[in-house]
Ligand binder design. Sequence first.
Ligand code: ZN
Length: 256
Amino acid sequence: MSGTSHNEYLAAARLIAQSRHMVAFTGAGISTPSGIPDFRSAGTGLWRKNDPMLVASATAFHHHPQRFYDWLRPLLLTSQHALPNPAHMALAELECSGILKTVITQNIDGLHQRAGSKLVIELHGSMQRFYCPVCHENSVNPDDVIATILAESIPKCKQCGSVIRPDITLFEEGLPVDAWQQAEREINNADLLLVAGSSLEVIPASSLPYEAYRNGCRIIIVNLSSTYLDLHADVILRADVAAGIPQIVQELKRLM
Ligand code: ZN
């Protein structure tokens, strides 16, 4: 448990029990226990070989779709086989019991939904959705597209023949406006924010927890490394989320 004491889990559980509108903010760290590598941060295995701008950018998608899909394929394959872990399950359980109102995630793997979470705001989109960027054909079947990508082909639009793209935010692109506005609304309504598995290094997403803090929202952070917001957090659990979040839920059950 990395030196986190029982008292801190109890303190986190008490804040949750007292909250009126609890929101979770999750990052790559909540999916690493499911075997999914960090997609955006530098220094992870994914970027050791590839410069992200050359493979995961809008330019790469438009000019080098083969290179783009060669980068996406292993990520897609990994997430197809990944299962939600106890951290995802614990958040879904908190939502089911009416305590957690929304999950705001930076992840694109869909694991929160597969764990049973219903109200998930995806700040960086989802690898499970695809569309044609030219004719905006939206009846694209994700299973067909994924099968095409895994067969090492480039998926093409049935209407206009253009290259189909995943509904994810690429380098050089802004965040999806709808998701951002929904997230801001939730952050403004929140009186308790649980930051889980995010080092809060990817901007602009990482500015949302600071906005919550400035609004007077209480903050719990469960993350293995430090974040810029630690200074303002009410409780910090230096723990693996897959162990830490279920333990908070256990404490909460004893309180309620
Ligand atoms: Zn099209």
